[in-house]
Design a protein around this ligand. Structure first.
Ligand SMILES: Cc1ncc(COP(=O)(O)O)c(C=O)c1O
Length: 381
């Protein structure tokens, strides 16, 4: 709000005080993000519209014809669709490393997929379907020096991420989820020593005598006027997260997750997918009220026991979604959550799941309300 009302100038385009103030605000967002991800040179962080754009910047700016890429079952369509497109265009070879029924990546299988031409491993840090957190350090070890792209859409702001310690080459983030920023913000950290081909070129306010895109970061990757109002909001939000401490936010959300899992544990006919262990997931929990689905898929991760009398009368994920919002004012998402392969791994394809997620502003009272609602829906079947 402050940026829109009182600054509103374009950073780097003029020398007047408002342009300088705009540049300072944008730089402070970059600095806050660098602190959050333990990045020493903040110019290696570039802004984008969202994580989808940041991921595409890697696929289109890093890969060369004939490269081999590995993604995983848990990836979002923002990774799968561009990679499948490049594969179908004959540009890359793509393999999908399998995940188990709890969503954990099979690291041995990933290792077996590596080839001399493997130029990228794309990994979803935490599943947006069932919350499963991947062991990034183990993946880093397993793939040696193959560049690693981490999609932190579900972990940035929720879980401590040390890009340097984890040896992450590309860290893609979105502003509007755990980072608490406005929609239309996100970005990418690119490790020192790797240069991407920019996938758009244009004005940057720097080296204006040159007809070529500046080589230096971040201008190399930031052509055109950015969403500076959004970036200002993102900077304020990340400043808040730094003040609270991401470890404290994680502790709080882990506590809420444990309470939710414990609360619904003995609920008849509610199945829960994912690790069922708050310490190994983020606060994103997938449920179904459909026991037949479990029986068919051999799914064994259900809570409680299945009451066979109810098998005829399941509650679909859409019905549960409607009831949670209409009757209980609980806003969740139902369906496939843009991650079809994750549901195939979990055994919930094509119906999908009811996904409940919690953030740093939720309380134990919220969890109690949600648990009661889930139990009533299950009991009313
Ligand atoms: C794991 C994951 N990756 C990518 C995305 C895409 O995010 P955005 O729409 O902000 O680009 C999402 C959002 O749903 C996500 O959960």
């Amino acid at each position: 709000m402050h940026f829109a009302e009182h600054i509103g100038a374009n950073p780097g385009r003029s020398g007047h005080p408002l342009a300088k103030e705009a540049a300072r605000v944008v730089q402070s967002t970059r600095d806050n993000l660098a602190r959050l991800f333990n990045v020493s040179d903040s110019s290696r962080i570039v802004f984008a519209l969202n994580v989808t754009e940041a991921l595409n910047a890697v696929f289109h700016g890093h890969l060369n014809k004939g490269d081999h890429v590995i993604a995983t079952d848990m990836e979002h369509n923002s990774v799968l669709r561009p990679l499948v497109h490049l594969q179908e265009a004959g540009f890359i070879d793509l393999d999908i490393a399998p995940c188990d029924r709890k969503g954990f990546l099979d690291i041995d299988a990933l290792t077996r997929l590596l080839r001399p031409r493997t130029r990228l491993v794309a990994l979803n840090h935490a599943s947006n379907v069932c919350g499963t957190l991947q062991d990034v350090a183990a993946v880093r070890d397993a793939i040696a020096d193959v560049p690693l792209l981490l999609d932190t859409a579900q972990t940035a702001g929720h879980f401590p991420i040390d890009a340097k310690a984890l040896g992450i080459d590309f860290l893609a983030f979105t502003g509007h989820k755990g980072l608490l920023g406005p929609q239309g913000t996100g970005g990418l950290y690119v490790r020192e020593g790797i240069e991407l081909r920019p996938f758009k070129r244009g004005g940057t306010g720097s080296q204006s005598d040159e007809l070529h895109q500046p080589e230096f970061m971040p201008d190399r990757m930031e052509a055109g006027t950015q969403n500076n109002v959004g970036i200002a909001g993102l900077g304020a939000a990340v400043g808040y997260i730094l003040e609270q401490g991401v470890e404290n936010i994680r502790r709080h959300e882990e506590m809420l997750t444990a309470a939710f899992l414990k609360g619904i544990w003995d609920t008849y006919s509610v199945a829960v997918y994912g690790p069922l262990d708050a310490s190994r997931q983020v606060a994103t929990i997938s449920l179904t009220f459909d026991s037949t689905l479990l029986e068919e898929s051999g799914q064994s991760l259900r809570c409680g026991s299945i009451n066979l009398a109810w098998l005829e009368d399941d509650v679909s994920v859409e019905q549960a979604d409607g009831r949670l919002s209409d009757e209980y004012d609980i806003l969740i998402r139902a369906g496939l959550h843009c991650a079809p392969l994750a549901h195939k791994a979990l055994g919930t394809f094509p119906e999908g799941t009811v996904r409940v997620s919690m953030g740093c502003f939720n309380t134990l009272e919220d969890v109690e309300v949600a648990v009661r609602a889930v139990k009533r829906i299950a009991a009313a079947r």
